[in-house]
Design a protein around this ligand. Structure first.
Ligand code: NAI
Ligand SMILES: CC(C)[C@@H](O)CC[C@@H](C)[C@H]1CC[C@H]2[C@@H]3[C@H](O)CC4=CC(=O)CC[C@]4(C)[C@H]3CC[C@]12C
Length: 369
């Protein structure tokens, strides 16, 4: 842990700093990085909450910008010591075109890398994803795997494809000479399904349950386990690895790390019920009524409806062939690589993560009444 008496001299840039994860990274940096003199928050959509952060000792600079625009990225990166690149189009629901997903996630990442090289920024942390690994299109389970577990990472969906390409670009950029002659040091963090305060999908599930009279209907067998990780622990891993990149460049540079904590392995739906159950929702067992083939038929009908309605409106339900396949494939990680390489330990216990998330859902409950 950096000493609190350290001189404030570092400039950090967080792209996507107003997103679900990005906001937690921004707030974690302000709380736990005492060397910060300036924190730049770069996002397509700036949040009003940024204003409240401008009263502290750190200069918080809000930058409205687009990672697909190289000149905007270069202007934001210039003079930064560290870039945490979390901006991305997280779309598995067909809201954006494959072209747009590629432009943001791949070209946007290229722009960040080139901006670091051209302006002399030496440290880059990329928010990758478990989806870079899987589940693959063959539905192979990934059971308690780690960063070295062999797995046939074969993707067709634009989102995992874009994350895999972007991650590869970041790792390949490690060691490139930046302006000033020193090497660029990069790494990529792979969160599994992130949950916590501000998670839009949890919000969607909650509102869906309210619409259905307090019930959610099981679509996935309880035996299908999904690894999940609390947003505060993902944010902490970003802050910690950003700090250690300089000191441990030879070990950490060019590496990937799964984000993990003590969150239990459960099916995606059962895990969500850890928070939605205490807020009054219940999961109705319909596995006998809704076999997988019927769910896939409904998912395909959703995809067809989305295509037919696109000229008129955006129809983007949670259930589509991709989300059903991912939800129905076990993907859990068990690793300590981040602990071994840069001393990561989860900041929030499972109990604390659960309590914080329930508190957030309850606050939604109040706003929904
Ligand atoms: N939510 C999850 O479960 C997981 C997310 N991730 C990754 O974490 C990162 C953050 O994801 P979330 O916070 O969940 O998503 P989010 O959608 O809440 O945040 C993404 C942020 O990026 C910004 N952004 C999008 N396009 C942009 C552009 N062209 N220029 C500038 N900013 C742009 C958005 O405005 C948003 O604030 C993403 O890279 C995602 O791939 C990885 C694993 C799991
Ligand atoms: C309708 C039911 C089938 C329901 O169970 C569908 C759940 C589905 C919306 C989610 C199941 C698994 C999620 C994904 C997983 O956590 C991995 C991810 C990593 C990312 O980088 C972004 C988000 C996501 C793709 C995540 C999205 C929501 C699910 C598909």
């Amino acid at each position: 842990m950096a000493e609190s008496t350290e001189v404030r001299k570092l400039v950090y840039l967080v792209t996507g700093g107003c997103g679900f994860l990005g906001e937690h990274v921004v707030r974690m940096l302000l709380q736990r990085e005492p060397r910060l003199s300036e924190l730049r928050v770069f996002d397509l959509h700036l949040g009003p909450w940024l204003e409240e952060l401008k009263t502290g000792p750190v200069q918080v600079t809000a930058i409205q910008g687009d990672v697909t625009q190289a000149h905007e990225v270069a202007a934001a990166v210039a003079g930064a010591h560290v870039v945490i690149h979390a901006a991305g189009l997280v779309d598995v629901f067909g809201r954006a075109s494959p072209k747009t997903i590629h432009e943001v996630n791949v070209q946007g990442t290229k722009n960040v890398i080139e901006a670091c090289v051209q302006t002399g920024t030496r440290f880059l942390v990329y928010t990758s994803s478990m989806e870079v690994v899987g589940p693959n299109i063959k539905g192979h389970p990934f059971y308690r795997g780690n960063e070295d577990t062999p797995y046939e990472a074969v993707h067709k969906h634009p989102y995992p494809c874009s994350k895999a390409q972007a991650e590869r670009l970041v790792l390949e950029a490690n060691g490139r000479e930046v302006r000033g002659g020193l090497p660029l040091v990069t790494c990529a963090l792979r969160p599994t399904g992130i949950y916590g305060e501000g998670h839009q999908i949890m919000r969607d599930f909650y509102h869906q349950g309210l619409r259905l009279g307090g019930r959610l209907f099981r679509a996935i067998p309880a035996s299908v386990e999904h690894g999940r990780v609390y947003v505060g622990n993902v944010a902490w891993m970003h802050v910690l690895v950003a700090r250690e990149l300089e000191r441990r460049a030879a070990l950490v540079g060019g590496q990937v790390y799964f984000c993990y904590d003590e969150s239990p392995y459960k099916s995606y739906e059962d895990f969500n019920m850890e928070f939605l159950g205490p807020c009054g929702l219940r999961l109705v067992e319909t596995r006998l009524l809704a076999p997988y083939w019927l769910l896939m038929l409904l998912a395909v009908l959703n995809a067809l409806l989305q295509w037919l309605l696109r000229p008129l409106l955006l129809y983007a339900p949670l259930l589509n062939p991709y989300t059903l396949a991912v939800a129905n494939t076990t993907f859990t990680v068990s690793t300590d690589k981040a602990q071994r390489h840069f001393g990561y330990e989860p900041l929030f216990s499972w109990e604390d993560s659960r309590t914080r998330t329930i508190r957030w859902v309850r606050a939604m409950e109040g706003s929904a009444q």
